[in-house]
Design a protein around this ligand. Structure first.
Ligand SMILES: *[C@@H]1O[C@H](CO)[C@@H](O)[C@H](O)[C@H]1NC(C)=O
Length: 233
């Protein structure tokens, strides 16, 4: 993929690009430089999705814009069979608009791993009795939208997009997919995989990587669905 930008104006309502192919497990990464300054009300995403229908699977990295000087929050989420609400949200330890940073999703039979630059921040494990995106092929998407009024938008939707700052621009480069492709293009289990899928096929965190997940949780986590007694009494 060539370097790309997505542009959000009031007229355009944002933009998107995505893979034509669907993949079943793999490592997906991209470098992004987010909207600088007042990005309140905007949301930039890099995610995998099996489609729009009910019962879909999805793996999300979403960056929720904020007023100048306020932290952009990274929302990570995993959906299985239409069941989401597994958010972990983090502040970043750098200004994501100042430079490009690499955002990576590793997805295999055992877990979904989220990585920012070279640091893992979350591991979503598969448990036998809980929903997991295990079998539906997913395509890759990058989007820039405005999220006015949404619960997750800036300060729960109270701070709208300031269109006087438009156009809002997000730059993307170094898109990389190392993944299996269903041989029949559909839901089949027959896969065509690149050589050396061990890189991610059985990837789980080692002790040091579990350490960075604990560090991100301790120092940067802003929201954890597990602790949300209001949504999940
Ligand atoms: C924006 O900044 C405020 C104030 O620091 C913070 O409470 C909020 O979580 C940030 N992110 C969003 C998406 O509102």
């Amino acid at each position: 993929m060539k370097d790309k930008v997505l542009i959000l104006t009031q007229q355009s309502g944002g933009g998107a690009f995505g893979s034509r192919r669907k993949y079943l497990h793999g490592e997906f990464s991209i470098q992004m430089k987010l909207v600088p300054g007042n990005s309140a009300g905007s949301v930039t995403s890099f995610y995998l999705s099996s489609g729009d229908g009910p019962g879909h699977d999805e793996i999300d990295m979403e960056f929720m814009g904020n007023a100048t000087g306020q932290p952009v929050v990274l929302n990570t989420n995993v959906w299985a069979n239409g069941d989401g609400k597994k958010e972990h949200q983090f502040d970043l330890w750098f200004d994501p608009a100042a430079d490009f940073h690499t955002y990576t999703i590793i997805w295999n039979h055992k877990n979904v791993l989220f990585k920012v630059d070279n640091l893992f921040i979350r591991s979503f494990k598969r448990y036998a009795d809980l929903p997991y995106p295990g079998a539906k092929p997913m395509s890759v998407h990058a989007t820039l939208w405005d999220w006015d009024g949404s619960y997750w938008a800036t300060q729960k939707g109270k701070v709208p997009v300031d269109w006087s700052g438009a156009p809002f621009v997000v730059s993307y480069r170094a898109y990389s997919v190392d993944a299996c492709v269903p041989a029949d293009g559909g839901e089949g289990s027959l896969l065509s995989c690149p050589a050396g899928t061990d890189r991610w096929m059985n990837r789980q965190l080692d002790d040091a990587e579990r350490g960075t997940v604990a560090w991100a949780k301790r120092d940067y986590m802003r929201y954890n669905y597990c602790d949300d007694g209001w949504r999940f009494p």
